[in-house]
Design a binder for this molecule. Structure first.
Ligand code: LMR
Length: 328
């Protein structure tokens, strides 16, 4: 008999997700929204699946559903609390409804690169964030990296004023909406799976994302070009449901934890490279990539950074100071 979930995956066209789970194995469904190749999260999720199914065979079995085939990011946390899915790795922007501390990751020009993000997450403050939603039923198992965001539109973007009056898709985050408004642009929150169509049909003019997402979703094909702004970070938290996690035998939980930690360390160290390869793949496919002069970059910083003031109370001045100390 086919489960409702398996049927849903089949009818939505999921391929390769079904690991043949045996009777008696703990089934771990992992739902995410990106592609699997040339993508930091896609590769990490596949490696996690491979290792769990090899090393925990007979005990546990992981099924990864990529490409929003099972849930989008708005649905997945709800599904997790209902016990319908056991793991997900939504971007940190998706957690702000649970805790406003996470807004620090969305603030433009807060972190100079992914190494600075890594160092902040490894600090006491960062590590505590993984447990900040336990009361709400969610437990962070690790931070997974994607990388720095770039901006694209249907016109060249070199000065922030080039974005004035344009509509940009953003993830559903108050910080990202404020960031676009600061440039005189109009933010349009939208699910990831809908962005390509919205760019193609002109429902929005532009978007911001990492090289791997711009390549994986083919955004560059329906944009004038992409500008290397590195203005913000897109990172993930691997998350599970507290109830489910607590229901596991200690031995099973420990083995799973160890595998997760190893996969996290291994793949996080490759995330920059994966994004650089995606950037090159965009160029190879004929996509236009624009670099900013130092003066142009300064103009973007000046346009976006005032947004920090609006959110200082949410994220804490001490945390901003800690992030800035890491950048220095
Ligand atoms: C987005 O919605 O743009 C990203 O969070 C998608 C992802 O998971 O990388």
């Amino acid at each position: 008999l086919m489960s409702a979930v398996a049927l849903a995956a089949l009818t939505t066209g999921a391929t390769g997700a079904m690991a043949d789970c045996d009777d008696g194995e703990i089934v771990i469904k992992f739902s995410h929204v990106t592609n699997t190749d040339r993508h930091p999260k896609g590769i990490a999720a596949s490696l996690l699946q491979e290792r769990v199914n090899e090393e925990m065979d007979g005990t546990a079995c992981m099924e990864v559903y990529p490409n929003s085939t099972l849930y989008n990011d708005d649905q997945v946390l709800e599904a997790m609390l209902n016990g319908d899915v056991q793991m997900a790795a939504p971007s940190l922007s998706k957690f702000e409804q649970f805790t406003k501390q996470f807004r620090i990751f969305d603030l433009p020009f807060m972190f100079k690169n992914i190494d600075a993000v890594d160092a902040f997450q490894a600090s006491e403050t960062g590590a505590a964030m993984k447990e900040s939603m336990v009361r709400r039923g969610l437990l962070g198992l690790g931070f997974w990296h994607n990388g720095m965001k770039q901006m694209s539109a249907n016109v060249p973007l070199l000065e922030p004023s080039d974005a004035e009056g344009l509509k940009f898709r953003v993830q559903n985050s108050d910080v990202l909406k404020a960031q676009m408004a600061a440039m005189g642009a109009s933010p349009q929150p939208m699910a990831f799976s809908e962005v390509y169509g919205a760019l193609q049909t002109g429902v929005v003019d532009g978007q911001e994302n990492t090289w791997s997402n711009i390549y994986g979703q083919k955004f560059f094909e329906v944009q004038d070009g992409t500008t290397e702004t590195n203005h913000g970070v897109l990172d993930y938290m691997l998350v599970t449901g507290v109830d489910w996690w607590d229901s596991l035998d200690a031995e099973v939980r420990d083995q799973l934890s160890t595998i997760i930690d190893e996969v996290t360390t291994t793949r996080n160290s490759e995330s920059y490279k994966v994004n650089q390869e995606a950037k090159q793949a965009i160029i190879d496919a004929g996509g236009e990539v624009r670099e900013l002069t130092p003066e142009q970059r300064e103009a973007w910083v000046n346009a976006m950074k005032p947004v920090w003031e609006e959110f200082t109370d949410d994220v804490g001045q001490d945390n901003i100071d800690a992030a800035q100390a890491i950048n220095a």
